[in-house]
Write a protein that binds this ligand. Structure first.
Ligand code: 9MR
Length: 375
């Protein structure tokens, strides 16, 4: 009798304490649960920066402690004509981050896409000389980086310069300057703010060719004494790709080469992909068909479970490597904001982010908090 009472007593204590710990975890936010592990960030669109998306901003301020500009700092927007900068949104973006004590990231200084038309050509549309392009890059980078010196803490200096097979992308920058453009970009950024962290940011880095080329680049930067703090690993992932092992191999390779890893641009598409190697090439586009937009009215339970489990397994991986991963940034706050709704097929309904269209946390948010408190 006494023994049975003891068992019951122990069970009761166990139930009460696990209830209490669940309550504590419910009160935690993503940023408080992940505190001391890595920053948790989100990309901000114009409506959020301008204060129009109140629901998105509420979630952002409550849950996240880092921000990156989704579009407003791309050269086509921030420097549309030579010598004519538009800092309206970028200034507001930085003020928003500072007012909320966030780790602010600038995106992106040199990118072949969304490139201002004038940047690499003369008035006749011919490529400028290497000397002119160097001068333009220097002016562009110096003007932007020094404006936010000490305020923007890290920069995606160069974006997407290497192809999946490890070859250089034939961008205008490469065409005119060769490989040197990469080093020059980092050098100019460092001159403008010696304390800012500098990153190379790309997608599909789980492809062996791209991984190896990036490792070589890190090594060469180290030999030459050029500052590069981290590799940004864009996380535009799908339900079937990449494998956790492929993604982990790149985290390990970059870290072993001597830099930190930032998980940037994370979103997990719940939709079928017309091409699993499409990466995040903005120009890719496939025709809309009803069968590739299967969930216009919400995710079925079993798909939602699979989605939550897969997102959780990625966060588990990031937590396993919390000594290497310094930041995880979602490419948007809530599903309705995501570029994935229109890419690579226009007009679909996707479910790639941690908060749904009503700005409610998905199940995985609680799972991430639990994992963070345990790891
Ligand atoms: O999410 C961005 C989308 O709103 C823009 O239309 C697009 C083109 O500027 O860029 C998207 O963000 C890209 C990021 O800047 C770089 N990596 C790939 C991202 C998705 O295309």
């Amino acid at each position: 009798m006494m023994k049975r009472f003891n068992y019951l007593f122990i069970l009761l204590i166990f139930l009460l304490s696990s209830c209490a710990s669940n309550k504590v975890q419910e009160k935690e936010t993503l940023k408080s649960a992940l505190d001391g592990k890595f920053y948790i960030g989100a990309a901000l669109n114009a409506d959020q920066i301008e204060g129009k998306d109140e629901a998105g901003l509420r979630v952002l301020k409550e849950q996240f402690n880092s921000i990156v500009a989704e579009n407003c700092m791309k050269s086509v927007n921030i420097h549309p004509e030579e010598g004519k900068f538009d800092f309206t949104l970028p200034d507001k973006f930085v003020e928003l981050g500072e007012a909320n004590n966030m780790f602010i990231i600038g995106h992106t200084l040199i990118w072949h896409s969304q490139l201002a038309e004038w940047f690499c050509v003369d008035e006749q549309g011919n490529n400028v000389t290497p000397e002119v392009l160097k001068e333009r890059m220097k002016n562009h980078i110096h003007t932007i980086v020094s404006r936010y010196k000490g305020r923007i803490k890290g920069w995606d200096v160069v974006n997407e310069a290497i192809l999946d097979n490890g070859e250089w992308r034939q961008s205008k920058f490469y065409e005119i300057l060769g490989e040197e453009f990469m080093e020059l970009a980092f050098q100019y950024a460092h001159e403008a703010d010696p304390d800012a962290e500098l990153y190379y940011n790309d997608y599909n880095e789980w492809h062996a060719g791209k991984r190896e080329a990036i490792v070589k680049m890190i090594q060469s930067f180290k030999e030459k004494g050029i500052r590069m703090d981290a590799i940004g690993m864009q996380g535009h992932i799908g339900m079937e790709y990449p494998s956790l092992e492929e993604y982990e191999a790149s985290i390990l390779a970059f870290s072993n080469a001597g830099v930190k890893v930032m998980i940037t641009e994370l979103d997990l598409s719940a939709l079928p992909t017309p091409d699993r190697n499409v990466g995040a090439a903005v120009e890719a586009s496939f025709e809309y068909k009803k069968e590739i937009n299967p969930y216009p009215d919400g995710l079925p339970e079993e798909v939602s479970k699979k989605w939550n489990d897969r997102m959780a397994s990625f966060f588990q991986l990031f937590l396993k490597h919390q000594d290497k991963v310094k930041r995880v940034t979602m490419w948007g706050v809530a599903d309705g904001d995501s570029w994935k709704n229109d890419w690579p097929v226009k007009g679909r309904t996707d479910y790639p982010l941690l908060f749904d269209r009503n700005h409610q946390p998905k199940e995985v948010v609680q799972t991430i908090k639990n994992l963070a408190l345990r790891n």
